[in-house]
Structure formats: C-alpha cells, structure tokens
Ligand binder design. Structure first.
Ligand code: BGC
Length: 339
C-alpha cells in the first residue's frame, strides 16, 4: 500500500513530497523526493514493537543541510574520486574538491541535494531524474531511476537504472545509517561481512589500489562479530578511516548481516555489486534526529553497496564507465527478520 503526502518545504519554498509504502506485517518505508532519501524504515520486532531502523530528520530543511547524507542516494559517483578529476575518452573532467583534494558523493550538489520526480506503484516508490550534461562537471545527460520495492516477505529492494547520451561515469548507492535498535551507539550491534579482502585506504579514505586480506586483522567480519570489539585496536587502516570506512571486496552471496543488540532485529544485505563501503559513522557529529532523538558519533552504520571507489584509477577495479546508449542496472536487497 502506498500513500503520498507533503513532507515539508525547502528554504526556497519548494515542497518536498514523500511517499509511504507499507506491507501487511507492519513494515513501513518513507521516501522523500529530495535526495531520493529513505527518511524512515519501520520494522516491527518479534514483540510487535515498531522500530525505525534508519537515522533521519524531522524537517525538509534539515535534509537540505544534511552534511552526513542521511538516507540519501549518492551520485552521480558515490564515494571518492581521487584528485577531483578523471579522464575519459582522452578528455579530462574537473570536479569539485569537497573532501580535501578529492570529490565525495557526487560533488558540491550531488544527487542527495536534488529534487527527483516521485511516483508510486502498488508495492513500490519510483524516483526519477535527468542529471544534465555538465552537472557537477560530469559529461552526458544521465537518465536515472531508483526504485524502492517492499515485499510481504519484509525485503526492501533498491534497484538503480541509468542511461546516458554520452560516455560518463556512474556509481550509485544509498547512504542510510542503520541502527537496528532504533537508537544509541551501534558499536554493540553484531556484523558479518561476506568478504575476504578489503581495499587499503590512504589518509583521505581513498583506495590506494592495493587489496588487503582481512585475515588476522580488525577488518575480519567473516564470522559474526560485535562491531566495537576491534574498532579501537592499534591499526594503521583503522587510523586512516578513524574507524571502519573501507570498501570490502564482496565474495558473492550475502554481503552483510547486521543484528541489533536489543531489538532482536536482523538485516541481511544482498547485492549484485562487487563492493561495499562499511562506514561506522566515524564523522557523525551530535545532532537532533526524528522525534527529537539524539544522533551522535557512531549511532548508525552505512553498508553502501557499490563499485570500488576511484574505479577509473586502477586496473583490476570494476569500471564505473557507462557508455552512451548502454544501460546500467544494479540492485541491493535488505531482508529483515525478527528473532
Ligand atoms: C564515506 C565517509 C564520509 C561519509 C559522509 C561515507 O560514505 O565513506 O568517509 O565521511 O560518507 O557522511
């Protein structure tokens, strides 16, 4: 069942529309047309208590100021592009340096700060926009669609489709911060990641091109582990990310399983994408969230399925190039169970 409503207004008066999608089990997703943002995702636990498992804000204007990308779709290229420039077809494209010397999450005004067309189907919310040629420095008119579908099996699927009229680069993901207890630190959540390797980062959280084995390191989540167990260990890579802020090289199958500490809720992530940025909310500063709720350092984790960051730079990284006339498609599912 879907329902549409006006969520609020941006500072220039533009209305922000929202759509609510619910299933028979009481699971309910709210998506905004601004940033194609997941504003709320309510999942009942085994005792029937509704738990909002994503961090979010109460007002449209807070989303406008949203420096942490809460719930948004990031693009045209999510994550980082080293040196804020890339070459394609013999031409160099210069982008905004909005993260030190690099570009982060699409630039100064990425997809998270744009209003999308929103429409609803029976069990889905579909967002669409055309990112014009030259927007944030990227070539090609990019036609993008993000489809959120909620099944009666408590599976939320996010499907991304994009086409361009000129060769360009694309790497889309959703930047929801999950907290399966509905609040508090996530360091007590348990996490499994289906990856044997992760990408080494430099000090700016940019991959160096080197693949590292998780074995014997704090990055090993092949067996379920409490997130906070090793996060403070003396480790060069943890220091670079100020915690976990790394792209895992997914082995295939389940990408991740997250388990709340108190709610009994569990979330299983599957994807057709090769990488997943595990970001432990290390740069999340104190702020007010929905219903006046406190948001703070490491109160949510992002499991951002994607192509490897800075993919044009390294041989062996999956290519983010989308050729003119071709279609890019990817999907990621979040399956919820209550124990
Ligand atoms: C990045 C972090 C960044 C955060 C911004 C994450 O996807 O990996 O380094 O600080 O987004 O909210």
């Amino acid at each position: 069942m879907t329902e549409e409503f006006i969520f609020g207004k941006l500072s220039d008066g533009t209305p922000v529309r929202a759509a609510k999608l619910s299933n028979k089990n009481g699971m309910c997703l709210t998506v905004l047309d601004y940033g194609a943002t997941v504003q709320s995702l309510i999942v009942p636990n085994a005792a029937g208590k509704p738990i909002d498992v994503v961090l979010g804000y109460e007002s449209a204007q807070e989303y406008e100021e949203n420096d942490a990308y809460l719930g948004a779709v990031v693009g045209r290229v999510g994550n980082r592009i080293g040196g804020a420039a890339f070459s394609l077809g013999g031409k160099t494209y210069t982008l905004a340096k909005n993260d030190g010397a690099n570009t982060l999450h699409g630039g100064t005004r990425g997809f998270d700060k744009r209003t999308w067309d929103l429409c609803c189907g029976e069990n889905e919310i579909v967002l669409h926009r055309v990112s014009p040629d030259g927007e944030e420095g990227y070539p090609g008119n990019l036609d993008v669609q993000v489809r959120y579908a909620l099944g009666e099996d408590n599976v939320l699927t996010i499907a991304y489709t994009a086409t361009s009229d000129a060769d360009t680069v694309v790497n889309l993901t959703n930047h929801s911060y999950f907290n399966l207890d509905g609040g508090g630190s996530v360091l007590n959540h348990k996490l499994t990641i289906g990856a044997e390797r992760f990408l080494e980062n430099d000090n700016g959280c940019l991959p160096t091109g080197k693949f590292l084995s998780v074995a014997g390191t704090p990055f090993d989540f092949r067996e379920e582990k409490v997130i906070g167990r090793d996060i403070c260990q003396e480790n060069e890579q943890l220091r670079c990310g100020s915690g976990y802020d790394h792209n895992y090289v997914l082995s295939g199958g389940t990408a991740a399983i997250l388990r709340g500490a108190e709610s009994g809720l569990c979330m299983r992530v599957t994807t057709d994408l090769p990488g997943m940025q595990f970001y432990s909310g290390n740069f999340l500063t104190p702020r007010r969230g929905k219903g006046g709720q406190q948001i703070d350092y490491r109160y949510g984790i992002c499991l951002e399925t994607q192509l490897f960051p800075n993919g044009l730079q390294f041989w062996g990284f999956p290519s983010p190039i989308l050729h003119a006339g071709e279609q890019m498609y990817s999907e990621t599912s979040f399956a919820f169970t209550a124990e």
